[in-house]
Design a protein around this ligand. Structure first.
Ligand code: 5GP
Length: 202
């Protein structure tokens, strides 16, 4: 599907997905700093905070019981288990922003992206790809925040996520965070003006 197939009024929800370690959170941090016109959904997770992460900024950190309560009450737009932890998108804040026409971004994993595809088919799904598999492995290890068994699980998940690229509307290769942010903002706020849609070939 081409971006042009989406009517402009329905392009406000964008999903950014891609393998763990590809740099999604760096892109999101950059957007948070420089693009207040975009609203970034804050997910709920059962993962423990990494150094520097703040409750309510990168995530809402909750225990299993609280997460289950949110699932049972239908308060999550989508949720998934990823590498031993659960992650989900609070539904109401997203619906509120969309109702007001605010460009809204979800940074979620492949399983979540597929759920959004089913429940909100008008959403734009963007795949963030690493320049190469070797680069992804290097970035994941270089982060230095996870033990080897967690890295192995994330790499395993990464292979599956990489194979799903064709399910997405467009791909951005993360060679440069500023370039990716620029293209992403253009897709979210003014999709018609973006050529090429993907930077894979440039
Ligand atoms: P991390 O633990 O590295 O912050 O995130 C692990 C994975 O969970 C990443 O691929 C990230 O995109 C994904 N993730 C973060 N929030 C959500 C969410 O709300 N829903 C889903 N399905 N995945 C999420």
């Amino acid at each position: 599907m081409e971006v042009g197939d989406f009517p402009p009024s329905k392009r406000r929800l964008t999903v950014l997905s891609g393998p763990s370690g590809v740099g999604k959170s760096t892109v999101v941090a950059e957007l948070r700093r420089h693009h207040p016109e975009v609203w970034l959904s804050v997910s709920v997770t059962t993962r423990k905070p990494r150094p520097g992460e703040t409750h309510g900024v990168e995530y809402f950190f909750v225990d299993d019981e609280e997460f289950q309560r949110l699932v049972d009450r239908g308060e999550l737009l989508e949720w998934a288990e990823f590498a031993g932890n659960r992650y989900g998108t609070p539904r109401q804040p997203v619906l509120d922003r969309l109702a007001r026409g605010v460009p809204t971004l979800l940074e979620i994993d492949l399983q979540g992206a597929r759920q959004v595809r089913r429940s909100m088919p008008e959403a734009l799904l963007v795949f963030l790809a690493p320049p190469s598999w070797e680069e992804l492995e290097k970035r994941l290890r270089g982060r230095g925040t996870e033990p080897e068994d967690v890295i192995a699980r994330r790499l395993e998940a990464g292979r599956i996520e990489m194979a799903a690229e064709p399910e997405f509307d467009t791909t951005l290769v993360n060679t440069d965070v500023h370039d990716v942010c620029h293209r992403l903002i253009a897709l979210m706020t003014d999709p018609q003006k973006v050529t090429p849609v993907s930077n894979r070939e440039v």
